[in-house]
Write a protein that binds this ligand. Structure first.
Ligand SMILES: Cc1cc2nc3c(=O)[nH]c(=O)nc-3n(C[C@H](O)[C@H](O)[C@H](O)COP(=O)(O)OP(=O)(O)OC[C@H]3O[C@@H](n4cnc5c(N)ncnc54)[C@H](O)[C@@H]3O)c2cc1C
Length: 524
């Protein structure tokens, strides 16, 4: 009997465990554990759980087409696995538990440790497969890029045509089996939503990929930072699918490469531009997997400052006084900075923002408002449909100025400049900040709306806070550099390597950009 445990890998195609379970010819019991631990946080956005529920429903449908089905069990994961094993070992002593390796917070790490120990004690076979690429048991950053590339180009495990699952009657068991209607009824607040921007499930993932590869990817590299275009689909919108594993980076990569070859074979006049866009896009798929790898290697980065020198400035202690007020205004999209507020309101409603606005909201909160990244990162995790600690928490530390101490500068995004550069037609602002509808860009820049609309004045002096707090971060970065240089240890080496990688990447991108522009000019 193959106990096939789905976690954040809710797909049949390119799923190592699904292939292993289906191909061995044995009976398969596909199941998902609805662990109340995940729903205990009352701040959690319904859109993420809704996405999960849709993905489960779709997985169940896809399993049924193949003669199987998804069983849902509700309770603590360790307890459920132990009870499942007890139940099935009375009927079949050849049990195997299969799940894909995942990268997680403490709760998940401890859970998996306990389950592995239990399987060992009970002599239950264990198969641990790959969800997203992770180099293990040891990480070698020297070979990581090459190994990751081989993974992306490697064979995709096909979705099985049939999965053998006997009709199980659970009556004699006291296992907490739930059906979909009961689950959705119990968690109405997650299921009955008026607005859904991201549809979950493997089927939706492939539809989203297809529309991106067919049409939406054109101009990706220059449209990805424009919040209105990004909202409308100039970026792939595949992030929640990658978070819940309804698709793999390998499937996406191979589809985008296929599309590029097709355009080249057709001698398409814009093939050079497509090449640049697709390369930029595939870079991000690699970043996705490298962030996963980093959290696997350093699970503490989800909690602690990467360098201890920041512990006083960036502390997870509860906020009080002015900082608590600034944090509330930021969360609610009431800072008086239109592009920040539009982005934060978009986050609250859609559970999503594009990369640049995420980064901008980080520097505004951490550097300008002086609120620690811990609070902002938690809020993002509560709100994001694609919330993934591996990317989110590391990005927060990066944008807050903590990481890469040997890079010459760190960035503090200017909300006024970004408004002019990234949303000059005010489509994004007018959509999310109705108080400013009817005002032109110059009128907004001159704050003509003050006393005429309910939109608030700026809660901070951006230039002043940039100068004062930016200096604090610069000084902390210098202290980190001094220590690392003095110690000449592993941290120093790692930081130097990162600097080299970033510089090489930026140079390479610039060259590629120049090359693509040159080739374009030659064409005309
Ligand atoms: C503060 C902050 C927090 C973030 N938190 C998350 C998060 O919790 N989950 C998440 O998936 N992304 C996160 N990102 C990265 C990025 O903003 C989103 O992946 C992207 O906006 C998702 O939209 P998309 O799928 O249309 O992206 P696309 O531009 O189409 O990118 C394709 C895929 O590449 C990956 N990707 C894109 N940009 C990055 C990046 N900078 N780093 C790593 N992977 C990337 C994502 O998986 C994404 O789906 C965060 C960025 C910042 C600055």
């Amino acid at each position: 009997m193959q106990l096939l445990w789905f976690r954040r890998d809710l797909r049949l195609l390119d799923n190592e465990c699904v292939a292993a379970a289906a191909n061995c010819g044995d009976q398969v019991v596909p199941f998902f554990v609805v662990d109340p631990w995940f729903y205990q946080n009352t701040q959690l956005t319904p859109v993420r759980i809704n996405f999960l529920f849709q993905s489960l429903l779709d997985l169940d449908r896809n399993l049924r087409v193949r003669g199987s089905q998804l069983y849902l069990l509700e309770g603590n994961s360790v307890d459920i696995i132990q009870r499942l094993v007890d139940y099935f070992s009375q009927k079949d002593n050849e049990l195997r538990l299969l799940f894909n390796r995942d990268v997680q917070v403490r709760y998940g790490i401890n859970r998996d440790r306990q389950i592995k120990q239990f399987c060992k004690d009970q002599n239950v076979d264990l198969f641990i497969g790959t969800n997203h690429y992770i180099q293990q048991p040891k990480i070698n950053w020297e070979t990581w890029l090459k190994d990751h590339k081989s993974y992306l180009k490697g064979a995709i495990a096909p979705a099985p045509k049939r999965i053998k699952t006997a009709q199980l009657s659970w009556e004699s068991s006291d296992l907490p089996i739930v059906d979909f209607p009961t689950l959705f009824n119990k968690y109405k607040r997650f299921w009955n939503l008026r607005r859904i921007d991201f549809r979950g499930g493997e089927t939706a993932a492939h539809e989203t990929l297809r529309s991106f590869a067919d049409r939406r990817f054109w101009g990706y590299h220059w449209r990805l930072s424009q919040p209105w275009l990004a909202q409308k689909g100039s970026t792939s919108h595949l992030s929640p699918h990658l978070t819940f594993g309804t698709i793999s980076t390998r499937i996406i990569y191979q589809e985008m490469q296929r599309r590029l070859r097709q355009l080249e074979d057709e001698d398409h006049p814009r093939a050079v531009k497509a090449d640049f866009s697709i390369k930029s896009y595939c870079d991000r798929l690699r970043w996705h997997d490298s962030f996963t790898q980093r959290l696997y290697y350093r699970p503490d980065i989800g909690e602690k400052n990467y360098y201890r020198e920041y512990d006083d400035w960036y502390s997870s202690e509860p906020l009080e006084g002015e900082k608590a007020e600034l944090f509330e205004a930021w969360k609610e999209g009431e800072t008086g900075f239109p592009i920040i507020d539009a982005s934060m309101r978009q986050l609250k409603t859609m559970g999503w923002m594009n990369f640049r606005t995420r980064a901008m909201c980080v520097t505004f909160l951490t550097i300008n408002c002086g609120v620690s990244w811990h609070h902002g990162a938690e809020h993002f995790m509560d709100c994001l449909v694609d919330g993934d600690i591996a990317i989110n928490h590391w990005q927060w530390q990066m944008q807050a100025g903590i990481t890469n101490p040997f890079s010459n500068s760190f960035r503090i995004y200017n909300p006024s400049k970004n408004l002019v550069d990234r949303d000059p037609n005010l489509q994004f602002i007018r959509h999310w900040v109705p108080e400013l509808r009817g005002y032109s860009l110059p009128e907004i820049e001159q704050k003509r709306y003050l006393d005429r609309s309910s939109y608030p004045d700026e809660i901070i002096d951006w230039k002043q806070t940039r100068k004062v707090n930016g200096k604090v971060i610069s000084e902390l970065r210098a202290i980190v550099r001094q220590r690392l240089k003095a110690e000449q240890g592993e941290e120093f080496e790692a930081a130097q390597k990162v600097k080299g990688v970033i510089e090489r990447y930026m140079k390479f991108k610039q060259q590629e950009y120049e090359r693509s522009r040159h080739q374009q000019l030659e064409l005309f």
